[in-house]
Design a protein around this ligand. Structure first.
Ligand code: FEO
Length: 398
């Protein structure tokens, strides 16, 4: 295992997780990386410490360029275990003189890892001298945890941004200009939609504040996926676009079905949406993952949900995705509800309450079918699609 040089004094010493397929409920078909960075300054410094299981890989990469016991400083930018899980082992083996984290990072590391070592809290604007260079800290609260933090290496001009600007993509190519956009862009979108989306307002304020600092890093180095060196502004601009959540002429139709009734209704809604000029993504929860639905919604202006009833509750696969989407708080969605039931319509009607709670603007009343939809019900589904399309078009062109 070799460290990879990314600038005069900085090496990538992270790990590649080719095999992970579920990242706490988010499907990761292309794996991920846990990036960590070694700064060979007069006081050698390690930025982040990878997931516990990958500690040996990180340490082998460090040993390829230096004796780890010469590391004097460890910075932990984020307390989530994919970046701090290796910290106790690292501290035990390296015996650093100083360990730094944000104030909330100290608290969260204490609560998660119960360490016996001291961690010094830092806040935005604090700087540490690492001998020949300086690291300044920028707290990135709620992007996406309260403890999230950026570290900026001033002379080398590298911004270590932790989760922000990352993606779940295992790749042997360490830089943006080495990776194909048709592979990375969907992964970057999916990552934003599943990790950062609920904090979009915070992200916009944070990015505006960072711009005022006049940082123009030559490299943005997140802790997942590759590093941005060719055009670091590209991912910043994408974040600004995604965070704005402007309505778009696309509708996601998410449903599940027991005996085909809700599916048939979904097809007629889709037809109405298509006739109304919308791009449509129809997704059955029999074959789609909740995190794929979130991804499709990122660039959408509408959401239609459809569920059958089982034992006086909505179908469990729909409860799963609805709970997940509610937490992601996507803005600017026009919505509709369809569903089928045998003898208790209440769970289908309750879906409308769920959409309202998620701040989705309902375009029309619930369309439901007793057992299988009649031609009139199917026409109501088509009309629902047309109505949603019209409302989205009016939002885009008021
Ligand atoms: Fe990659 Fe929030 O951890």
């Amino acid at each position: 295992m070799q460290a990879v040089k990314i600038s005069d004094k900085v090496y990538w010493v992270g790990a590649i997780d080719w095999n992970i397929r579920d990242f706490h409920g988010y499907s990761t078909p292309q794996g991920t990386t846990y990036n960590a960075f070694l700064i060979l300054s007069e006081k050698p410094t390690l930025i982040d410490t990878v997931k516990k299981e990958f500690y040996p890989e990180m340490m082998a990469r460090i040993k390829s360029v230096m004796d780890p016991k010469k590391i004097e400083i460890i910075v932990s930018n984020h307390a989530e275990l994919d970046h701090s899980g290796g910290l106790p082992q690292a501290v035990s083996e390296i015996q650093p003189k100083e360990i730094y984290a944000s104030d909330m990072g100290v608290k969260n590391i204490l609560a998660q890892l119960h360490p016996s070592f001291e961690i010094k809290p830092v806040k935005t604007g604090d700087k540490i001298d690492i001998g020949g260079d300086t690291i300044s800290f920028i707290e990135a609260r709620m992007l996406h945890w309260p403890d999230s933090m950026f570290s900026y290496l001033e002379k080398e001009n590298i911004l270590f941004s932790n989760d922000v600007f990352g993606m779940h993509l295992a790749t042997s190519k360490l830089f943006d200009d080495e990776n194909d956009e048709h592979i990375w862009l969907p992964e970057a979108e999916k990552y934003y939609a599943n990790i950062v989306l609920p904090y979009s307002d915070i992200a916009l304020r944070f990015l505006a504040n960072v711009k005022k600092m006049n940082l123009t890093p030559k490299i943005i180095a997140p802790d997942h996926g590759f590093l941005w060196r060719k055009e670091p502004a590209r991912i910043v601009n994408l974040y600004e676009k995604w965070a704005a959540q402007a309505p778009q002429k696309k509708v996601v139709v998410v449903y599940d079905t027991m005996w085909g009734s809700t599916q048939k209704m979904a097809e007629y809604v889709t037809e109405g949406l298509r006739q109304g000029g919308m791009e449509v993504k129809q997704m059955s929860m029999h074959g789609c993952h909740r995190s794929e639905v979130a991804h499709e919604l990122l660039n959408a202006g509408g959401l239609v949900i459809g569920a059958p009833v089982i034992n006086s509750e909505i179908f469990p696969s729909m409860a799963d995705v609805l709970c997940y989407l509610k937490g992601l708080k996507k803005k600017n969605l026009v919505g509709g509800v369809i569903g089928s039931y045998g003898w208790n319509p209440a769970p289908v009607n309750a879906l409308a309450e769920w959409l309202k709670a998620a701040q989705v603007e309902l375009a029309a009343p619930v369309v439901s079918a007793k057992f299988s939809p009649t031609p009139q019900v199917l026409e109501s589904c088509r009309q629902l699609g047309l109505t949603i399309a019209q409302k989205i078009t009016e939002k885009i062109n008021p």
